[in-house]
Design a protein around this ligand. Sequence first.
Ligand SMILES: *Cc1c(COP(=O)(O)O)cnc(C)c1O
Length: 398
Amino acid sequence: MVPNWRHPSRMIASTILRAPNARTAQPNLSFDLAKELAEKHGTPLLVVSRSKAIETYWAMKNALPGVDLYYAAKANPDLHFLSTLNGENAFIDVCSPGELKAALAAGFTPDRMLHTHPCKTDANLWECYEAGVNWFVFDNPIEAEKIRRLTPDVNLLLRLATTGASSRINLSAKFGCPMHEALELLATAKAKGLKVRGFSFHVGSQCLNPQDYVEVLRSVREVWDEATKAGHHLEVLDIGGGFPAPYREDAPSIEAFGEVITNGLREIFGDLPIRLIAEPGRGLCTESVTLITRVIGKSRRWELPWFFLDDGIYGSFSGKIFDHTDFPLLVENDGSRETVPCVVAGPTCDSTDIVSRDQWLPDLEVGELVLVPSMGAYAAASASPFNGLPMANSVAID
Ligand SMILES: *Cc1c(COP(=O)(O)O)cnc(C)c1O
């Protein structure tokens, strides 16, 4: 994923959307429960809160009335989390046979699945199709030809490229048909006998300003109308993912964020009898997972205390590298202990395995636990067992 650091509106967005509608990263369990779970299951341990998952799902459903939510399994294919969403009858977005299997294991049926990878291998396309997935995405003529050759009867969404001004991660740097080429691509697909049933887009991940969606919706509506005039029958609009989550930085509330998008959908697409869908990943799962990690060692170098944890950037903190997230670190009785600037490092032998260089913490004891909220998205999902160290287990709590 490509970071979008340079765009000036990133700063403006985070200023505008702070309080009163901000939400802050919170752990889903107390230190007492963390100690109990750590004793029983060992650390590092990812704790999935089923009630938080359900609460977040319904908050987003209510904030986006009339929009079906296809959870983007890429963000976190954890079985506890997926089965909780399946219990709420959610839809799911899978991008590979691996994600398909995870979704099936959690109880999702293929009729509730959408495959959104715009550039997939033959095997990926074929295996998901054979399992019963019937909705796919494409954004170029080569992919259209692949689909014609292997699975010509599927339903397709054409992914459009967007600008995603306030998003931390710009997904249109890699995917999406430029808006001005969409009509030509629709014609190409039609000539191949393919069924393009709608458009999709992604404003970019960790989008901080919902106005971005509204601006994209306006451009999409123009292309939509041109497509209709040219004789294409479109009936699905997929507004993608991008919904933000709090880390060390607060995020806008689900309600405030959704309201802007809902109003935009009403104003711009409200006159059309179409199906609206979204593919939230991060926004749905981030806050449901808290990591329990343990201090395994200490040292002092260059005048600074160093604390070593049993999880690091090759493990659950991988989001620091791939997703550019900055995780809050919480310790017990934080308020009554004197804090100092320190370095927090991961457990591998690699010197890039640094979890944080700029958080103030008390003089941690070897063996004490650190809680890390907002560990649901792009954290465990991109972890590796590098250096022969085990990845965190996951458990569910109510
Ligand atoms: C990653 C991804 C998502 C989820 O994005 P979030 O920003 O996590 O909501 C949705 N759709 C597609 C196609 C993606 O690649």
